[in-house]
Design a protein around this ligand. Structure first.
Ligand code: NAI
Length: 399
């Protein structure tokens, strides 16, 4: 049975999934470890689970030939050298959807608070003022929510907002099936001009850098609200600062920033600090107890599906073979160089040992091919040794 080593206080829901699947050899570490201690802790592990603070570089991956699969119990995977993992035949999994609902709930909550001007009212009462007025305070019911980026999170925000009586419009660079009564907007400009609340759910990177800038802010309705819980680079902060100061934008909520503090003791450097009706949160849109529990379960289930059946669907670096019900006595997981003749070599080697392939599923990705073969007959150590020593083979396991 595989040895599983988990770092960084991964939620106990992961252990529950592993033990229910029959995996008992589980070692847990409460935090990320410094390089030398990490090297020791990885020795002999077939399955490694990390969060964002453990760096698995090419050298660490190469130094652990027993390593079969890596689970990132988080969203991001740039702490792992994904190409090195692929080159060693190691799939990497993450949890892209587990915190979707958490972000969506926060966004809806912020829309309600900002339209009511609660952040500044809260601040005033704390200061000893009792400004009891309805000026500038609105319900969200009947208002238009404009969603920029209608992917996992954006579409979930739309569903929640409709439940609260908002009209939902969205803009995406890809054609998307609208949920509920949401309507696609023909352009970003049209969406900005029509929305009382604009919420951003696009990826980071060059194509979305300062998507919200002086020009696009100017198109927004006077008195509109802007929410960004996507990536900090999407908003030009100085332009937003000016639009808030002029009153053109009535309020904003930002969970992400172009440059974020590296530790809890480092203050956020932003002109938006101290502004009334601006909610600033430390990139916690997806951080809830529920999302941690979901992440633990989602990633552990993917790891178990790989260990038990060789399924790589949802892997971030690997050819994707979805779950296939077992069709023979044994299943060979063969990772090979993606070159002509690789499949032929595998078939001949298996046939030479009197084994019959009864089902086979191949996928390739760049330099690597991955084939799951169900075999009738006994796949003994000698067969595996021959397969492993073939020059085309990157790794080979039998389950
Ligand atoms: P997703 O990939 O499911 O959706 C992104 C959508 O944006 C896609 O439909 C894509 O076609 C669209 N898009 C890309 N470029 C666009 C453009 N220029 N204009 C309009 N649409 C565009 O991603 P998901 O999971 O919904 O995440 C959205 C964002 O939220 C990401 O930036 C992610 O990093 C961030 N995020 C933030 C969290 C937080 O704690 N604040 C937690 C989780 C995700």
């Amino acid at each position: 049975m595989a040895r599983i080593v988990l770092f960084e206080n991964i939620h106990p829901s992961a252990r529950e999934v592993f033990t229910a699947a029959g995996y008992e050899d589980i070692i847990t570490h409460a935090s990320a470890l410094p390089t030398e201690a990490l090297r020791d802790a990885l020795r002999g592990a077939q399955v490694v689970g990390i969060r964002s603070r453990t760096q698995l570089d090419a050298e660490l991956i190469a130094a652990n030939p027993d390593l079969q699969v890596i689970g990132c119990f988080c969203i991001g995977t740039n702490q792992v050298d994904l190409d090195a993992a692929l080159a060693h035949g190691v799939p990497v999994f993450n949890a892209p959807f587990s915190n979707t609902r958490s972000v969506a709930e926060m966004v809806l909550g912020e829309a309600i608070l900002l339209l009511r001007r609660i952040p500044e009212k809260n601040f005033r009462v704390h200061q000893g003022f009792w400004d009891k007025t309805a000026d500038g305070a609105f319900e969200i019911r009947g208002k238009t929510l404009g969603i920029v980026g209608y992917g996992n999170i954006g579409s979930q925000v739309g569903t929640l907002a409709e439940m609260a009586g908002m009209n939902v419009i969205f803009h995406d660079v890809e054609a998307k099936l609208p949920r509920g009564n949401a309507k696609p907007s023909p352009s970003l400009k049209r969406l900005l001009a029509q929305s009382d609340v604009v919420t951003l759910h696009v990826p980071g990177g060059k194509s979305t850098r300062t998507l919200i800038n002086e020009q696009t802010l100017a198109v927004m309705k006077p008195g509109a609200i802007l929410i960004n819980a996507s990536r900090g680079t999407v908003v030009d902060i100085d332009a937003l600062h000016a639009a808030l100061q002029s009153g053109h934008i009535a309020g904003a909520a930002l969970d992400v920033f172009p440059t974020e503090p590296k530790s809890k003791d480092e203050p956020l450097d932003s002109p938006l600090r101290g502004m009334p009706n601006v909610i600033l949160t430390p990139h916690i849109g997806g951080s809830t107890q529920e999302s941690q529990e979901n992440i633990g379960r989602e990633v552990a289930e993917k790891l178990v599906a790989y260990l038990k059946a060789g399924a790589t669907k949802g892997s971030v670096n690997f050819p994707e073979v979805s779950y296939q019900p077992p069709a023979g006595n044994a299943r060979i997981l063969h990772v090979h160089r993606n070159v002509p003749g690789a499949m032929g070599a595998l078939s001949s080697l298996v046939a030479e040992h009197g084994l019959n392939i009864v089902a086979q599923h191949l996928q390739t990705r760049g330099p690597i091919g991955y084939v799951v073969s169900d075999i009738e007959g006994k796949v003994d150590d000698a067969v595996i040794a021959v397969l492993r020593s073939h020059p085309v083979t990157v790794r080979c396991d039998v389950i």
